[in-house]
Write a protein that binds this ligand. Structure first.
Ligand code: F6R
Length: 608
């Protein structure tokens, strides 16, 4: 996720801003930039890649001088991670520079309008419209111009803006994105998170949606959305820099688990138009979509399991057969495909080599490839015929959490969209299903609220040497991912089985005290799961049951139970997996494992 920082004081701004950007590096980024207001107007330097590149570029150009500055680390969403697309963005007249976190949803309309008025755009970003609007509305009153600008924006933002005509002032405002003001002595700051502020000041003020602040070295003025002055309270930050990077969480994995309601909102909401799921990124006509008679989903690891989960929903809604293939197998299997096959590729990093190779193989055979990817501008994103970004924000922990759930959510959106476009469901049905998808972020929040109960269960079960996850239908797909999460971070031996398969061999391993995690959320097969639970209990297993909150019958058989939020059966996976992510996390913690960097694993697997 992008990071922003700003400083106004008596010292040179560029070193302070660059140091602040380094503190924001942990958030993940692919380019960075700085703009400073000095005696000779605005100076700006931007560079793709690491902040070291930016520092080098600043040095090479002889520095940017001035005591008011803003900076940005960009995690690309609209447009590749290039120097030009990096922030800050400057107005054509060189008077304004801005940094922006968030997404401007109506940028395409605004861009067209501004081009018609004679503006020239340099970047592919959604952000650049903001600086052109600012310049257009500026008639000598910075605050007024900013208010008129934000009145035109739809979406989410935290904006920091400077103007060469007010060299000591920074204006900031926000909607749905964090904006924190750091209160210093003879100097003031703003940032997207406290990490960039704590080395300067622990006195902060949190801006609320719609509020505006003007920072100068000596004072900070606050205004409400109507521009009227308001008073704000100072809070004291207790964190040190390291705790601040993780948002106060002990590990990135836990932070990323907790971020899921927000990540899922980012993946889902921009794709809902007039109550319907709209995938405008899909470069397939309705006719082409109607011609598809086979969908292949390919990926590795958790992304493969996301595909396994999505298969159930896509098949039920579209009635198109879906095959889910491990990328490392698909590439060598000479798959039977033709122009009626659609390939969906899932990858958080967009750089997994096996996935890239499988994709190339099918692309060369003329198959339309749709990539569902998190990292913008990644190899898979560039290779694909259609790219749908998951907008989960950077994932730092090696074990994926929000990467997985956002992939599943995008597959849900695809299922509803394709089903409506191919006439398999009516417009009214599409609206109802879309409303169910929209409630996923709040369902996930309820699953997260189970945190302390799950931590207690982890304490009870963490020293099992080997365990099994079982489930039926889509719960089997959840079992696969739950088991992978458990084994990769806790190092416990764990296997996932389709519950009905147990008695075809594996039940021989069930003995006294063996832990079986039985996922029984899929209502249609609940009674069958109860029989499977009885089978393993009869052989001495301890059972931790996972069921939807209205399936209390499970208490009669299981030793312990996690009741997860009840959802529409087609969209249940995110709320089912979150408690299992939390369980794996606390088991690993109890076992003293290196949670964010498990042994032998890498975040991006770029070798075969
Ligand atoms: C497990 C995990 C891996 C990845 C897999 C694919 O927690 O993170 O199994 O899912 O390596 O990675 P991407 O999605 O980057 O292609």
């Amino acid at each position: 996720m992008c990071g922003i920082i700003g400083f106004t004081g008596t010292a040179e701004a560029a070193p302070v801003v660059l140091e602040g950007l380094k503190k924001l590096e942990y958030r993940g980024y692919d380019s960075a930039g700085v703009a400073v207001v000095g005696k000779n107007g605005l100076g700006m330097v931007k560079a793709s890649g690491k902040i070291e590149n930016l520092c080098k570029k600043v040095e090479e150009c002889g520095g940017v001088s001035g005591t008011t500055g803003i900076g940005h680390t960009r995690w690309a969403t609209h447009g590749a991670p290039t120097d030009t697309n990096a922030h800050p963005h400057m107005s054509e007249d060189g008077r304004f520079a801005i940094v922006h976190n968030g997404i401007i949803e109506n940028f395409a309309e605004l861009r067209e309008e501004l081009i018609a008025k004679g503006c020239h755009f340099k970047s592919e970003t959604d952000t650049e419209v903001i600086v052109h609007l600012l310049s257009l509305y500026y008639k000598g009153d910075f605050k007024r111009a900013l208010m008129k600008t934000v009145a035109r924006l739809e979406g989410s933002y935290a904006i920091g803006a400077v103007c060469s005509e007010c060299p000591e002032s920074i204006f900031v405002t926000k909607i749905f994105n964090p904006m924190i003001i750091g209160v210093g002595a003879g100097e003031n700051f703003f940032a997207s998170d406290v990490t960039a502020l704590v080395s300067h000041t622990k006195n902060v003020i949190y801006l609320e949606d719609g509020e505006i602040a003007e920072l100068t070295p000596e004072e900070i003025k606050f205004f409400n959305a109507a521009g009227k002055p308001i008073e704000k309270k100072i809070s004291r930050v207790a964190w040190d820099t390291e705790a601040a990077e993780k948002g106060g969480y002990e590990h990135f994995m836990l932070k990323e688990i907790m971020e899921q309601p927000h990540a899922l909102k980012s993946a889902i909401e921009p794709r809902i138009k007039n109550k319907k799921s709209v995938l405008s990124e899909l470069n397939l006509s309705e006719e082409q979509l109607k011609g598809i008679n086979h969908i292949i989903i390919t990926a590795c690891g958790s992304a493969y399991y996301a595909g396994c989960a999505g298969k159930y929903t896509i098949e039920k809604l579209t009635r198109i057969p879906v095959t889910v293939e491990l990328a490392s197998e698909l590439r060598y299997s000479s798959p039977i495909v033709d122009e009626h096959t659609l390939l969906i590729v899932l990858s958080q990093s967009g750089e997994t080599l096996d996935t890239i190779c499988a994709m190339r193989e099918l692309k060369d055979r003329g198959v339309h490839t749709v990539a569902i990817v998190n990292v913008v501008g990644s190899t898979i994103a560039k290779l694909a015929d259609s790219v749908i970004y998951t907008y989960a924000g950077p994932e730092i922990a090696v074990a994926t959490t929000k990467g997985y759930t956002t992939q599943v959510a995008v597959l849900y959106l695809f299922a509803v969209y394709a089903a409506e476009k191919t006439g398999r469901i009516t417009s009214e049905e599409a609206e109802k299903l879309t409303a169910e998808i929209l409630s996923i972020p709040s369902d996930i929040q309820r699953a997260i609220d189970l945190n302390s109960h799950i931590a207690e269960l982890a304490e009870k079960y963490h020293d099992n040497s080997s365990l099994f996850f079982i489930g039926r239908n889509v719960d089997y797909a959840v079992a696969l991912e739950g088991s992978l999460k458990m084994k990769e971070i806790s190092y416990l031996h764990s296997e996932a089985y389709a519950a009905g398969e147990l008695k075809h061999g594996t039940i021989a391993l069930i003995s006294e005290g063996r832990l079986v995690i039985a996922i029984a959320c899929y209502e249609e097969l609940f009674d069958k799961m109860m029989s499977n639970i009885k089978e393993v209990k009869a052989r001495g297993a301890e059972v931790l049951g996972v069921a939807a909150e209205d399936m209390k019958k499970i208490f009669s058989e299981a030793d312990d139970v996690i009741l997860v939020p009840k959802t529409h059966p087609l969209f249940s996976v995110p709320s089912e997996i979150v408690p299992l992510q939390i369980l794996a996390y606390y088991v690993a913690k109890a076992n003293g494992c290196d949670i964010d960097k498990p042994r032998n694993l890498a975040k991006s697997v770029t070798v075969e």
